[in-house]
Structure formats: structure tokens, C-alpha cells
Design a protein around this ligand. Structure first.
Ligand code: FAD
Length: 516
């Protein structure tokens, strides 16, 4: 068995979660080794949607423009009854883009993963080793963890020791088993058929997501690319994907959307069966080993947030890990990862379960309720806005999230990625470190404190979007974390600057270069 050089971080799994974590760590100057059993991206298209909060992380990775070219914004949501009559339509306002990107974006997961991998190859600090099977992890909870893996090409055995191990190894995570964590079942299991079709014919369909509310067979339809469409249908007992392996067999299901198109014009890319589950790992960390992505949580895809949750995990952990390794945060910062991410992931799983049940439950009585209630509720402006609002819940309170009990307060929420009068977005102005965003002019003492702790200072223009955001949150200033979550907001910028030492370790010249 050969042993490789010891990087500070080893990542098991090169799916979207693992690659995002490796890229962000590399941006902070942290070396990592990513191990995956496949040489290339997993070819099965699974995720098709991500929201603007996740798009903002994609921008952070440096590939926003490239992602925009392979994705298309979705107009909103249509709820259909079993006869495909529109029960309600929730249109998105394309002008509403608090993070600078469309609130719903459709794409093809393998294409996105190829983009993520090509981008990672630009960072010499990250090494991706494909075609290797991780077979064991020992020393969890100790100072060093040893990962053993087999090269699938020649069967040779290898090992690597590391300070930090990230289990981004998906639903059947080996790392999860090794840290003694178990998946808690949130009591949802349904078999669904997933169909991808390519056609250059115009199907003449509305460019949003169609949810078919039918207790007999619920379904979803959406356009995910210029010439690409996705259907998902609930499978009935006794049915399997084999029953729908050809366009002829599929025709009865997809006919309502394709009746006017000749079958020769449709190219069936794939038909697969997935079992949609809702599960949450009971433990996300043991010592210096962490679980991220599908290894930590599984959700049915009804609100398109599974992959997004993994990307959010990576964003949440990467800067904390980089801060602890670089000495700008104390090791206690790592406790906040599970405290913040687990409740957030749980809330989005619950939202998906609610949507899934609203689409399917209640039999004929449910149908009647949907027919009578849904057409009315979508006229209520507050509720209509909630359906199309892509904002996710604030992060749970932690040592790095100071939340007030009063409603509307900013702690734990994402700071908008506002445009300043020069046309620059906040994310491009602030860099990748901490920042103070303030409506009050900072004095020399405040600027000195910010410099001491490696935080940028951004003074908002009166009347601007950020000024309104602070005012609506009853604040005059806020400490913004590297992931753009509000750590703490307040009415006195001097007081906030004085609190930086509570959260951060003072940095020297070299560290300052690292955190920016
Ligand atoms: C039908 C369907 C539709 C979906 N739609 C959406 C959607 O619209 N939006 C959304 O956000 N999400 C959606 N999802 C969920 C999304 O696809 C997953 O959440 C996402 O792929 C998880 O990413 P990950 O990196 O955490 O795990 P994975 O993508 O599973 O990657 C894990 C990686 O670990 C590797 N690995 C595992 N074990 C080992 C080992 N022992 N050794 C070496 N390598 C290993 C695997 O090869 C794999 O590359 C959907 C899922 C399905 C099935």
C-alpha cells in the first residue's frame, strides 16, 4: 500500500457538494484532495433547479457567467388539476432579484457538474483523483484521520492522512457510517419515474414548472434547456421504469404536453426510477470529520433544493474551516456548522414534504379541496408572493449567528447582493472575508478594528437598496460573514466593531491576505 502526501483536507465525493467545498477551500488557500469512484461526472441528470441564493454561491465559485449560459430562468409555477386545467398560476417577477440572479434556474446536472470540475482544475491547491473507491476511514475523533482507497484501474491500495475529512459521498455515505451517524427517516418514501426528452420542436408550453395535483398519479413537467424537457411521474404499485422504456409506452403520460408533436421529433434521453426519500443524519460531525450534501440529508425534489442544500453546506463550512486552519477563527467556530445547517436543511425538507402532500394527498376529497381552495388562495397577494419567493429561512442561532427574537430582524438572513451607484454588486466589492456594512460613517477607531480583524467596511449610499434593507431590519449596521449571512446587526456601528473580537481572532499581515 502506498501513502500519498498529507493534505490538510480530504474530501470523499466529487459530486456538486465535494467540488464546491474543494473550490472554496482552494480560494482561501487551503489544499485538498478530492476522491471519487468515477473518473468523470455521474452522467444521470438528477437536479434541474437551483435558486438565486445558490446561484450567488455559483458566482462565488467564479462560474456565474458560464452557468447562465447553460441554464434558463423559470417563469414561475402552475398547479394543474387531474384534467390538466390550471388551478393556479404563480408568476415570478423577473425584476425581483435581490441576489442579482433569477430566482429559479433550470439546468442539467451533468452539464453543471462538468462546469464545476473544469473550474476546479484552475485551482492547483485542489487535487481531484477519480476512479478510486474509498474503502475505509480510521482515526475519526483523533487528531489525524486515515483514509484508504483502491485504484479501480489497477486494484492498487493507497492511503492518505489528513487533519480534516469531509464526507460528501452521497446518500449511501461510507463516511457517515464510519462516524457512527444514522439517517433519521422523516417518513416519506415514493417511487417516481423520471423522464428526460430532447426535441427541437416547440412544444408550445408555458416556460415555468407545472405541478400536476393528482392523487392517482402526481407529476411535474418543466423545460430545462432550449431543447430539453423533464417529466417526473409518481409510479403506481406494480409499475416500474421498464414499463415506460419507449416513447410509445410513455406517450399516454406525456401526451398532454406533446400531442401536437410527431413522435419522431422526440428523442428519449432516459427513463429512470428513483425512490424519493426524506432523511436527515442525526450527527453531522465527529471530531474533525464532517458530513455534507446528500450524505447528511435527503429530500424529495418537489421544491428543487437537494443539491442546493449540499452547495449551501459547502459554503457554510469552507470559510470556517479555512479560518480555523489559518488561525483567524477559533476551533469552536466548527461547532456552528451543524447547529446552523441542520435546521435549515430540515426546514427545506419539510417544505418539500408539504408541497408533495398538497399535490397528492386526500383522494377525491383532496381533489375537491384543491379545486375549490387553490384558485382562491393564489389571489391573496401575500400568499402568492410566498409561493414564488425564493428566500429560504434564516440560519439558526449559533456562536456566529446572533438572532433577535423580534420579527424582521436581520441576524441569520442573507444580506442582499445589492448594486451600488457605480453599478457594482456588493459581493464583488466585499471580497471573500468578513465585512461591516454600515449606514453610519465609520470613525478611525472603527476602521482600525475592522483592519485588525480582517473585515472590509462598506458604507451604504443613503436611499440605496442596502440602506432600505438596514432600515427595514431596524438596524444601522451589520457584521456580514464570508458566506454573506448577517452575523449580527445593530444600531451602532461602533458597538458592532467593538464586538468583532468576540467572533474573530486578530489577524497579522499574512493572514489578512488569506481571508480577503
Ligand atoms: C430525480 C431527481 C431530481 C432532483 N432534482 C433536484 C433539483 O431540481 N434541485 C436540487 O437542488 N436537487 C435535486 N436533486 C438532488 C440532487 O441531485 C442531489 O442532492 C445532489 O446530487 C447531491 O450532491 P452530492 O454532491 O451531495 O452527492 P452526489 O451527487 O451523490 O455525489 C456523491 C459522490 O460521492 C462519490 N462516492 C460515494 N461513495 C464513494 C466512495 N466510497 N469512494 C469514492 N467515491 C464515492 C460518488 O461517486 C459521487 O460522485 C434531484 C435528485 C433526483 C434523484
Amino acid at each position: 500500500m502506498s501513502s500519498t502526501d498529507s493534505p490538510p483536507v480530504v474530501i470523499v465525493g466529487a459530486g456538486p457538494t465535494g467540488i464546491t467545498a474543494a473550490t472554496l477551500l482552494a480560494q482561501y488557500g487551503v489544499r485538498s484532495l478530492v476522491l471519487d469512484r468515477y473518473a468523470d461526472v455521474y452522467p444521470q441528470p438528477r437536479a434541474v433547479h437551483l435558486d438565486d441564493e445558490v446561484f450567488r454561491i455559483v458566482h462565488r465559485l467564479g462560474i456565474a457567467e458560464e452557468f447562465a449560459k447553460i441554464s434558463r430562468p423559470a417563469l414561475g409555477l402552475r398547479l394543474l388539476d387531474p384534467k390538466l386545467r390550471v388551478l393556479a398560476e404563480f408568476d415570478r417577477d423577473p425584476a425581483r432579484a435581490p441576489h442579482g440572479y433569477p430566482q429559479a434556474n433550470m439546468f442539467d446536472q451533468p452539464e453543471f457538474e462538468a462546469l464545476l470540475r473544469a473550474n476546479l482544475s484552475r485551482y492547483p491547491r485542489a487535487t481531484l483523483r477519480g476512479n478510486v473507491e474509498v474503502t475505509d476511514v480510521v482515526g475519526i475523533g483523533g487528531v489525524r484521520t486515515k483514509v484508504t482507497y483502491t485504484d479501480r484501474a489497477d486494484g492498487s491500495e493507497h492511503s492518505v492522512e489528513t487533519d480534516y475529512l469531509l464526507g460528501c459521498d452521497g446518500a449511501n455515505s461510507l463516511v457517515r457510517a464510519r462516524i457512527g451517524s444514522a439517517m433519521r427517516d422523516l417518513r416519506f418514501e415514493q417511487r417516481w419515474l423520471v423522464v428526460d426528452v430532447a426535441t427541437s420542436a416547440d412544444l408550445g408550453q408555458w416556460a415555468g414548472v407545472h405541478q400536476l395535483c393528482d392523487p392517482h398519479r402526481a407529476g411535474t413537467f418543466m423545460q430545462i434547456g432550449d431543447a430539453r424537457y423533464r417529466w417526473e411521474f409518481q409510479l403506481l404499485p406494480g409499475e416500474s421504469a421498464d414499463d415506460f422504456g419507449t416513447l410509445t409506452a410513455l406517450r399516454p403520460l406525456i401526451a398532454p404536453w406533446t400531442a401536437a408533436t410527431r413522435v419522431e421529433e422526440l428523442d428519449l434521453i432516459r427513463v429512470t426510477e428513483y425512490t424519493f426519500r426524506a432523511q436527515l443524519a442525526d450527527l453531522w460531525r465527529n471530531g474533525n470529520t464532517f458530513l455534507l450534501g446528500d450524505a447528511a440529508h435527503l429530500t424529495p425534489p418537489f421544491v428543487g433544493q437537494g443539491m442546493g442544500a449540499g452547495v449551501r453546506d459547502a459554503m457554510n463550512l469552507a470559510w470556517k474551516l479555512a479560518g480555523v486552519i489559518g488561525g483567524t477563527l477559533t476551533p469552536a467556530a466548527l461547532d456552528t456548522y451543524e447547529q446552523e445547517r441542520k435546521p435549515h436543511a430540515h426546514k427545506l425538507i419539510n417544505l418539500a414534504l408539504m408541497v408533495g402532500r398538497a399535490m397528492t394527498s386526500g383522494g377525491e376529497f383532496g381533489n375537491m379541496l384543491r379545486r375549490s381552495i387553490i384558485p382562491r388562495i393564489h389571489r391573496l397577494p401575500g400568499l402568492r408572493d410566498r409561493v414564488t419567493d425564493s428566500r429560504t429561512p434564516p440560519l439558526h442561532r449559533s456562536a456566529l449567528v446572533h438572532r433577535s427574537y423580534l420579527p424582521g430582524r436581520l441576524g441569520g438572513t442573507l444580506c442582499p447582493n445589492a448594486v451600488d451607484p457605480d453599478g457594482l454588486r456588493l459581493d464583488d466589492l466585499l471580497g471573500n472575508g468578513f465585512a461591516i456594512v454600515t449606514a453610519q460613517a465609520p470613525n478611525a477607531g472603527i476602521l482600525k478594528a475592522a483592519e485588525q480583524y480582517g473585515a472590509a467596511v462598506h458604507v451604504v449610499t443613503p436611499g440605496s437598496e442596502l440602506a432600505d434593507w438596514l432600515r427595514n431590519g431596524n438596524a444601522r449596521a451589520a457584521i456580514i460573514r464570508p458566506d454573506r449571512t448577517v452575523l449580527r446587526a445593530g444600531r451602532d456601528v461602533g458597538e458592532l466593531a467593538g464586538l468583532l473580537g468576540r467572533y474573530l481572532v486578530a489577524v497579522d499581515e499574512n493572514q489578512r491576505a488569506g481571508v480577503q
